[in-house]
Write a protein that binds this ligand. Structure first.
Ligand code: FAD
Ligand code: UDP
Length: 366
């Protein structure tokens, strides 16, 4: 065996594991099927702008250990995410807060906003929300649900809100203050100079092989190391023997524009169902760029078929149950560790992935 660890996937999970193992004198080989490292946090510089190639990535956490950990690899700016939501010709602030309530109902005080929401929950007759529609109405009332949630969510997940789990929308804050910060976390920012440098620093001095799909070279790869850290799809690893887990995919359409400022904000959501994309990202605004040109990306949700990029695990009950069967197999493995968004089939943000990777390091590399 040439290596202690083969690490499948050079995303955040795989790269943290490789960095920590390497630091402890373990010999690692990292492979990735893409032609670059970094997984979905990869950024690429174009015209002096750091382009988030796989969708907007805003770092946020309340976990001090995670925040301190990531600071080793980059300096972060003070970016605070405050998306604009566009519904037909109307513009609203996100997440749901007093600015949103004022715009939709003309209410001024928190108690007026709360009364309006209470009234709409009562009208809808919801006591214990059973699906995303009921959850959203009980968070923000019917008017906001109709304009800002129904169309966006239907596009994003390819199903009506009545057929989606409540947890998806619980991610979003509802605030009775005039505060447009999308996240409740203590720490937030964008790494100055992009995310790719973080991964490059982690993988410095470690053998990396790109354009290398584990499943194409499985037999040989299984022989190169004592252990494997696998951050690809767990159902694919087991040859889909219990069935296929479902994912949601995306298509990105990126354009370089010969203007300085296209939309005045990094993230503008398009909330009506009839517009096929969910959001437009204007990358320069993540780092307060003053370049003469600008780059925008339209994000189109897409049905996932085998072979497409599995951007979002679909953590509903049916899929979670199927995942638990694969997890039971994984628990019995001596040689392989599953990690990350695809290996653990969880809708993880970056801070969750860092926490999970550090936990794994603690257990594995005592
Ligand atoms: P990944 O980044 O997916 O890395 C897995 C790697 O494994 C990939 O490089 C892949 O090519 C490789 N791989 C897979 N299968 C194989 C194989 N068979 N052989 C070889 N290589 C393989 N998080 C936030 O905190 N804030 C945000 O604002 C945010 N925005 C997001 C927006 C979008 C559109 C998406 C999709 C995600 C967003 N996230 C955000 C989540 C964030 O991207 C993830 O938490 C993080 O990237 C997961 O890291 P990972 O290592 O688990 O997986
Ligand atoms: N959402 C919505 N309207 C918006 C933004 C979000 O209805 O303008 C819902 C949608 O269902 C989405 C969920 O809230 O899937 C979580 O939003 P988030 O921005 O966290 O999604 P992600 O960054 O994971 O794509």
């Amino acid at each position: 065996m040439k290596y202690d660890y083969l690490i499948v996937g050079s995303g955040l999970f795989g790269s943290i594991f490789a960095y920590e193992a390497n630091k402890r004198g373990k010999k690692c080989l990292v492979i990735d099927k893409r032609n670059h490292v970094g997984g979905n946090i990869y950024t690429e510089e174009v015209e002096g702008i750091n382009v988030h190639k796989y969708g907007a990535h805003i770092f946020h956490t309340s976990n001090k250990e995670v925040w301190d950990y990531i600071q080793q690899f980059a300096e972060f700016n003070r970016y605070t995410n405050s998306p604009i939501a566009k519904y037909k010709d109307e513009i609203y602030n996100m997440p749901f807060n007093m600015n949103t309530f004022n715009k939709i109902w003309g209410v001024i005080t928190p108690s007026e906003a709360k009364a309006k929401i209470e009234e709409q929950i009562k009208e809808a007759g919801i006591t214990e929300p059973q699906n995303l529609e009921e959850q959203a109405i009980s968070m923000v009332g019917k008017d906001i649900y109709e304009k800002l949630v129904k169309g966006y969510t239907g596009k994003q997940w390819g199903r009506p809100c009545t057929e989606l789990p409540t947890f998806i929308i619980k991610r979003l804050p509802v605030r009775f203050t005039y505060d447009n910060n999308y996240f409740n976390d203590l720490y937030q920012g964008i790494p100055i100079g992009g995310y790719t440098q973080i991964i490059e620093k982690m993988l410095k001095g470690i053998d990396v092989r790109l354009n290398c799909d584990f499943f194409e070279y499985r037999q040989q790869l299984e022989e190169v190391s004592d252990k494997i850290v696998f951050t690809g799809m767990i159902d694919q690893y087991y040859d889909y023997k219990f069935g296929t887990l479902e994912y949601r995919s995306l298509n990105f359409e990126t354009e370089l524009l010969d203007i300085e400022n296209y939309q005045g904000n990094a993230v503008v959501n398009y909330n009506e169902y009839e517009i096929p994309y969910t959001r437009i990202i204007e990358h320069k605004h993540f780092e307060y760029g003053t370049q003469e040109k600008t780059i925008i990306t339209r994000e189109y949700p897409a049905k996932w078929n085998k072979g497409d990029e599995p951007y979002y695990p679909l953590n509903d009950e049916k899929n979670n149950q199927l995942y638990s069967k694969y997890k039971a197999l994984a628990n019995k493995e001596k040689k392989i560790i599953f990690g990350g968004r695809l290996g653990m089939y969880k809708y993880f943000d970056m801070h969750n992935v860092i926490a999970e990777a550090l936990k794994c390091v603690k257990e594995e590399l005592k």
